[in-house]
Design a protein around this ligand. Structure first.
Ligand code: ZN
Length: 409
């Protein structure tokens, strides 16, 4: 068997125009996380783009997104369906590929079109996060399928509809895939300089609701129980937890409550985010919050309730994960790229996969930046550069004599 990868990598250079055209078509199809119709349109486009891979295609509905609104009512939003494509589930090495279809740009956002900033730089919604990455993934897999080493690797792709809201609906699908695979390749954009994200913090989004008692501020102020005041006390004590535990940060992000100033407010909602480095600190945070809640709940006429959870565990690098990064760095070197991996406070589906014990690289996507803003850009030459990187990783894995290191903790 030959191990000359060159012609199979060179083929990817000829794919540039197609990758670019499809990235633009995907970016100009709005797929804000709560735009289920738009996400489903992207899913249909991807179903067509994937035909050439000849895998088994499944459409998988996910649970609706639940969110407590400013009136204290739980609202439910339907999400687009996930798309799963599997091939060769009997092959000795099983790889999970993942990329999200949704973006942070809602249907009514003014940012819907791409435009060129210069010859190398394309500005557009989701061009880097993550639609360019989807094309990198698909072309790398196509390169594998065209190679003589394809039969060594079985794969499954998950295109999920809800990563930008924390993957609440698709998390069970990721956990399910983790039972079948040896490693993960996820196509979030890399850092602007090309480097990978290594360790990632864990994250939880929470919401607290205080209910008090309304009363006229002039005639019956003494009968009111002020929900805004109780929330202020909760928030200031919550914020005081910052600095008490290394690696734990708490960010009170939004407070909504009250109305006319002549009425004692009976409802207040507060949303906050917690990030942490050590998985064990989840319990510490929840314990501290419980104590604060109990104090507020003990007040006459005041009730406080907590919603939400830690949706993403910290991504801690196992020995296998470090070796996977080393393999990627080697592949990068032979393609003329100098790649490192750096810790980040951000989270993605790589957190979920690592929590399930699966080594993964989650920033195999394109080079770009300013993501989640209308300045989001893609360095277009990274489309085929990064597809070559992924393809070479796959070729090396497929032709490797020993993959026992993938099991190292
Ligand atoms: Zn993303």
């Amino acid at each position: 068997m030959t191990t000359d990868f060159t012609p199979f990598l060179a083929w990817l250079d000829d794919q540039y125009e197609e990758m670019l055209a499809k990235t633009i078509a995907l970016a100009e199809t709005n797929s804000g996380s709560l735009n289920a119709d738009g996400v489903n349109r992207v899913r249909e486009m991807l179903t067509e783009y994937c035909q050439v891979l000849e895998g088994e295609i499944e459409v998988l509905p996910v649970a609706p997104y639940q969110n407590l609104n400013a009136n204290g009512e739980m609202e439910s939003f339907p999400l687009g369906d996930a798309l799963r494509i599997r091939k060769r589930p009997e092959a000795p090495l099983q790889i999970f590929f993942c990329g999200h279809m949704d973006t942070v740009f809602a249907k009514d956002s003014s940012f819907q079109q791409v435009r060129w900033l210069d010859e190398e730089t394309l500005n557009g919604p989701g061009v880097a996060d993550l639609k360019g990455g989807i094309m990198v993934m698909l072309k790398a897999l196509e390169a594998l399928e065209r190679s003589p080493w394809a039969d060594k690797i079985g794969w499954e792709i998950l295109f999920n509809p809800d990563e930008e809201i924390g993957s609440p609906g698709s998390a069970p699908l990721i956990a399910d895939a983790a039972k079948r695979v040896n490693l993960g390749m996820i196509y979030e954009p890399c850092f602007p300089d090309g480097n990978f994200a290594g360790e990632r913090k864990g994250s939880g989004n929470f919401c607290v609701m205080v209910r008090g008692k309304a009363a006229h501020a002039g005639r019956e102020h003494h009968l009111g129980r002020n929900a805004v005041r109780a929330m202020c006390d909760f928030v200031s004590e919550l914020d005081d937890l910052n600095g008490q535990r290394p690696g734990v940060t708490i960010n009170p992000g939004l407070i909504e409550g009250g109305g006319a100033v002549n009425i004692v407010p009976d409802l207040c909602i507060h949303r906050f985010n917690i990030r942490l480095v050590d998985p064990a600190d989840e319990a510490w945070c929840l314990g501290q919050i419980d104590e604060l809640l109990a104090k507020i709940n003990a007040r006459d006429g005041i009730g406080i309730e907590l919603f939400g959870k830690f949706g993403r565990k910290p991504k801690v690098l196992s020995a296998a994960n470090t070796k996977l990064f080393e393999l990627a760095r080697e592949c990068g070197q032979s393609l003329g790229m100098d790649l490192q991996w750096l810790p980040t406070g951000g989270c993605c589906d790589g957190n979920n996969l690592a929590a399930a014990g699966i080594p993964n690289i989650d920033t195999l996507g394109v080079q770009g930046g300013k993501i989640h803003s209308s300045d989001e850009y893609l360095k277009v030459k990274s489309l085929n550069e990064r597809a070559k990187l992924s393809a070479l990783i796959l070729f090396k894995l497929a032709t490797s004599e020993n993959l026992n290191w993938l099991e190292e903790n």
